[in-house]
Design a protein around this ligand. Structure first.
Ligand code: ASP
Length: 622
């Protein structure tokens, strides 16, 4: 039973039902709305639990309380004492019960009223729709009063509670790791904090507790979990926040399938606990190579079909220059996409350029008027519009290969594999959304496994770790670490796994390297020389040297889980006090300048770049 009994209230505003009629109660909350009918004043009183109607009738509450009630305004905070009544009927005998409200059968006939807080007219009301997001963030304390926001916070709490309870039962301990720490590379920039005691030295806020959780395993902790804040100074992106929350997990004496099994059990409990739905286990696995090949993405959204078809061999037989000379040609079939107007299909070419493609070719599948019909599944079909005239000689082979039907649209990308996959992978999602393609299921889970361990960055002329540098290559691929051949090194598969839900990575992890010599070799491959290894990761290498158990783990993006569970694609909607895309907190005004004394204490001098004024007046500091 929820704790509510205080001197201000006996019940929440969402609690009373017809079974409570005749009870003397006290409720407290915000004035959601008021209606002054002269004789009677009605208010809807709101708190976290819901809304209850209160009626002030001078015959029951006396003239003084009634007068006070007439002065009430929205968002004032009050406590009201009275008696629960049936809402009864109007003078024509029609029921006044409100079926839209959980408390809609009753109202409280007020006897007393205490005003606890007044409020000037607020910048917006919790019931207002279409309030600009900047305003919502500036007055977040009002925005949070919206039932939908409170519900999100409740779901968020429930989610983390289930995580703690389920993992606790499995023997995981929640262990805190430092916030003021040394940089742990997860591929982003660090937020740094100057040290006053060690002038010129800085802490980094953790990008994740990665190395600490590994060292907890070396320390014999066996099963660790933590719901933890992580900080990554990344460029603004709509679905990212500079500080975000992870459920972080690490386990000893495990291999990939053990971690996956724990996560599946946890996922099923979350789904059951929050959505009341079953997740059918085990969740399917897809290799990274297949995900890229068939869906153009390592986060395939399996709610939709529209797989990528490789038609490079067919394309190379045409006289169409774009197809003939491209290293790879793939296409997707958009069922019923033939209805897309020319303007929309033309716009796709421009859109594709934002992913580095030279364009995007499309054509439509129509019934053929040819007298000599081809046989097979392409019988009676041909291409029309777009690139049709260049590729009609191979229409039959393409239709045969892709299974396209009359009325479908085929979209082709011809380029380097990376670009082909990127463009078609994005196009699947774009068209599924725009054409409102019916998803096969509400939630499509998939494990993406067998990631490559390393990728060669040609511009930087070095290897980068696809997951992170502490991820173990597969056991039988360790020898390849000594190779100097880029193709060989890029073929090394890692014991890394991502849980993908509806095209979002909702958890990602790996089995770690637990041997110091292997870790050191991987660092060297990544271009971190012996000296840098000691300086940056000496403590990890020391740990691995002194008896490290085989271990691995995973991290869940808690914010993203809440987004999926609440059906929002705005990450700010699932965080009580979020930041804008440029990292600002509009409510408290962070980041802000600090005073001279704070700078002096940390021996910091501000040296801002000089902004060159185009008019030619002396530059000003930006
Ligand atoms: N530390 C990793 C991350 O934050 C997750 C993991 O490997 O457990 O992405």
């Amino acid at each position: 039973m929820e704790y509510v009994q205080t001197k201000f209230r006996t019940h929440t505003c969402g609690q009373l039902r017809s079974g409570d009629i005749h009870q003397k109660v006290r409720v407290a909350g915000w004035v959601h709305s008021y209606r002054d009918h002269g004789g009677l004043v009605f208010i809807d009183l709101r708190d976290r639990g819901g809304v209850t109607q209160i009626v002030f009738d001078p015959d029951s509450c006396g003239q003084q309380v009634h007068d006070l009630a007439r002065d009430l305004r929205t968002e004032w905070v009050v406590s009201i004492e009275g008696e629960v009544e049936d809402r009864g009927t109007d003078d024509k005998g029609r029921s006044l019960h409100n079926s839209k409200l959980a408390t809609g059968d009753i109202e409280i006939r007020a006897r007393g009223l205490t005003v606890l807080s007044e409020s000037p007219t607020p910048p917006f009301l919790p019931s207002d729709e279409n309030v600009g997001e900047e305003r919502r963030l500036k007055y977040r304390f009002i925005d949070l009063r919206r039932p939908a926001m409170l519900e999100t916070l409740r779901v968020r709490y429930n989610l983390t509670k289930i995580m703690r309870d389920v993992l606790g039962e499995m023997g995981f301990w929640e262990i805190e790791t430092p916030m003021l720490t040394k940089s742990t590379p997860e591929g982003a920039r660090d937020f740094i904090v100057p040290s006053r005691h060690q002038p010129g030295n800085f802490y980094a806020l953790p990008q994740s507790p990665q190395l600490f959780k590994q060292l907890l395993m070396v320390g014999g902790c066996d099963k660790y979990m933590q719901i933890v804040r992580c900080f990554r100074d990344e460029d603004p992106r709509a679905d990212r926040q500079a500080e975000f929350t992870q459920l972080d997990i690490e386990m000893s004496f495990v291999d990939q399938e053990d971690v996956i099994s724990v996560v599946e059990q946890l996922t099923a409990k979350i789904w059951k606990g929050i959505l009341g739905k079953e997740v059918s286990l085990p969740i399917q696995h897809m290799t990274y190579d297949d995900a890229i090949k068939n869906y153009g993405s390592d986060r395939p959204d399996l709610r939709y079909d529209m797989q990528l078809h490789d038609i490079t061999d067919i394309a190379h037989t045409t006289e169409f220059g774009v197809f003939k000379s491209a290293p790879m040609v793939k296409c997707i079939v958009v069922t019923g996409g033939g209805i897309m107007p020319r303007s929309a299909t033309d716009a796709l070419a421009e859109w594709a350029k934002t992913f580095g493609a030279k364009g995007l070719a499309v054509t439509k599948v129509i019934a053929s008027k040819a007298t000599t019909e081809p046989s097979g599944s392409a019988a009676g079909l041909t291409f029309d519009t777009g690139v049709a005239k260049f590729i009609n000689p191979v229409a039959a082979s393409i239709i045969e290969r892709t299974g396209a039907k009359e009325g479908d649209l085929i979209a082709f990308a011809a380029d380097k594999p990376k670009i082909v996959h990127k463009v078609l992978g994005e196009l699947r999602l774009k068209l599924a959304k725009e054409l409102k393609v019916k998803p096969k299921t509400d939630f499509a889970f998939v494990w993406v496994v067998d990631f490559p361990a390393f990728e060669y960055d040609a511009a930087e002329k070095r290897y980068v770790a696809l997951h992170h540098p502490f991820t173990s290559p597969k056991d039988d691929e360790l020898e390849k670490l000594d190779s100097r051949d880029v193709e060989v090194v890029e073929s090394i598969k890692a014991k890394a796994y991502d849980l993908v839900l509806n095209g979002s990575e909702v958890a990602g992890g790996s089995i770690r390297i637990h041997r110091m010599d292997v870790q050191s070799k991987v660092f060297s491959l990544l271009g971190i020389d012996a000296e840098a290894q000691r300086a940056k990761f000496g403590f990890l290498l020391d740990g691995l040297q002194f008896g490290a158990p085989p271990h691995g783990g995973i991290a869940f993006g808690v914010d993203r889980w809440v987004m999926l569970l609440r059906g929002t694609d705005n990450i700010r909607d699932v965080i009580a006090f979020p930041k804008t895309q440029s990292g600002g907190d509009l409510m408290c005004g962070a980041p802000s300048s600090i005073d001279e004394r704070q700078l002096k204490e940390t021996h910091i001098k501000i040296n801002l770049p000089v902004k060159v004024d185009p008019v030619g007046t002396p530059g000003s500091k930006v």
